[in-house]
Ligand binder design. Structure first.
Ligand SMILES: [Fe+2]
Length: 485
């Protein structure tokens, strides 16, 4: 979420939420101030919030939109925030919420500053919104050092427990709705997304985690007063607070280590993937050798066609998947010739109509041979369609225009170019200039005009480079040019 790319409306919304967050902290400081004794607990409590925000617990959730289970994680920051809110009132709660939101948006991966500020403000507002629910049942009272609910009557305890869960629900609603609104305003790929679907798919399923966090905070609130009463002196509080940074350090180290393990794991996977790619390529090369055993000319031809096709793929800025299908398609396009009788393949003269019909089947046979190989990119279509023509007069399916896969349209050009510029048993090689002219003449009929234009650009650049070289060295500078000293 980069600030420059946002609409005015979104910016205004972000600003309003941020300003309300600041105002909320100011309001809490004014209306619910803490006593000095409170601060002795709240300050170490904020450190605990920071530490808890660094700990992510894995949760498996069912996203209602996607109808599948997904692994994700949530930080533990809400527990100390709710505990401080219940025990010391809104100021302690909003400060803890702010600290935990700041930490979890910056660690382990730092978000954009605008996201950090917005998320923090949203949490602050959610904590403030949850406060009245707790205050109604005598919790979240500022200025009181840990009133223990154990001493209250049974019905008051039930009231307080229910209020804690309700406060958790209010916190959940305010926080997720504020964030959902910004997601729907920013939209996906320039389009606005429906707010309700966004909320349902991304947040609704996290509701139990919020409720569980609020409940955990309430349980801690019941037990911690005993600890607090026992260690009332400030020195004792300090003693309790000292281990916190140590704990945070260990948590941070743990995360760093697990990140390291994760990175090593990814590197290993990547290595495995490259090995697999090499294996794929080696298998394909064996296929190519198999064609070569039948037709001497083919192997060299295939390599040149592959090189030209890859240059074309770069020139035409094809995607990685398209590039892969061009590369493998170029290597395998004539694999079907394995099934064509040698008498036809290496016949010196022109083929009879019957022989030509047999020859044409190499496209379908090639595609059939590759069918059981599940390439992770489309190769079969490229092989099947490499003799289709732009105007629909090709074979085997008489596809036309963009119905023909881009890899096949590229191969149609490079295959013909290489065939014409090479000596064959029945004719001499054409000159490059003649072949270029031929391609140009057949743009829009045999060949895709875009592919031909791109290919001609490549060939002209090659020629210019060749002209600039004399005997393999750069050409001497012209006399008129200033002499470089
Ligand atoms: Fe072919």
């Amino acid at each position: 979420m980069n600030l420059q790319n946002l609409s005015k409306q979104t910016k205004a919304y972000l600003f309003i939420v941020f300003a309300m967050g600041i105002a909320a902290i100011g309001f809490c400081a004014y209306a619910y101030p803490l006593t000095p004794l409170n601060w002795y607990v709240v300050l170490p409590g904020l450190l605990v919030s920071a530490g808890a925000a660094m700990i992510s617990v894995p949760i498996v959730a069912h996203r209602s939109g996607n109808k599948h289970l997904e692994n994700t994680s949530m930080s533990l920051g809400m527990i100390p925030t709710f505990l401080l809110l219940i025990a010391f009132g809104p100021l302690a709660g909003v400060l803890s919420g702010a600290v935990s939101a700041l930490v979890s948006t910056m660690y382990p991966n730092r978000s954009y500053p605008v996201q950090i500020l917005f998320s923090t403000a949203a949490v602050v507002l959610a904590v403030l919104a949850a406060s009245p629910v707790l205050m109604m049942v005598g919790l979240a009272q500022p200025g009181q050092p840990f009133p223990s609910p154990i001493t209250l009557s049974g019905s008051a305890q039930i009231e307080q427990s229910l209020a804690t869960l309700a406060a958790g629900a209010v916190y959940f609603l305010v926080n997720t709705l504020l964030v959902t609104l910004v997601i729907s305003l920013v939209g996906a790929g320039g389009k606005r997304v429906a707010a309700y679907e966004t909320w349902r798919d991304n947040y609704l399923w996290t509701f139990p985690v919020y409720i569980a966090s609020a409940a955990a905070a309430a349980l801690l609130y019941v037990f911690l007063p005993y600890v607090y009463r026992y260690w009332q002196s400030s020195i004792a509080m300090l003693a309790l607070a000292v281990p916190v940074p140590v704990l945070i350090y260990y948590v941070a180290q743990y995360h760093r280590q697990s990140n390291l393990h994760y990175r090593n794991y990814i590197a290993e996977l990547e290595h495995g993937r490259e090995e697999l790619q090499r294996l794929y390529m080696a298998t394909v090369e064996s296929f190519v050798l198999a064609i070569d055993a039948k037709d001497r000319y083919t192997q060299e031809h295939i390599r040149r066609v592959k090189d030209y096709s890859m240059e074309l793929a770069t020139e035409m800025r094809l995607s990685d998947t398209e590039r892969k299908s061009v590369e493998y398609g170029a290597l395998l396009h004539d694999i079907g010739k394995i099934a064509i009788p040698e008498s036809i393949l290496s016949k010196p003269g022109k083929l009879t109509p019957g022989e030509f019909e047999t020859m044409k089947t190499h496209t379908i046979i090639g595609a059939n041979i590759l069918e059981p190989v599940r390439f992770p990119f489309p190769v079969q279509g490229v092989v099947r369609s490499h003799h289709e023509r732009w105007d629909g007069n090709g074979y085997p399916d008489k596809l036309q225009g963009e119905q023909i896969p881009i890899g096949a349209r590229i191969l149609a050009v490079t295959d013909v170019f290489d065939a014409l510029t090479t000596d064959r048993s029945y004719r001499r090689a054409w000159s490059r200039a003649d072949t270029m002219m031929y391609l140009q003449k057949n743009m829009g009929s045999h060949f895709d005009p875009h592919v031909v234009s791109a290919f001609l650009r490549i060939l002209r650049r090659e020629e210019e480079r060749a002209a600039a070289m004399v005997d393999g060295r750069p050409a001497p500078q012209k006399a008129s040019e200033p002499f470089a000293v």
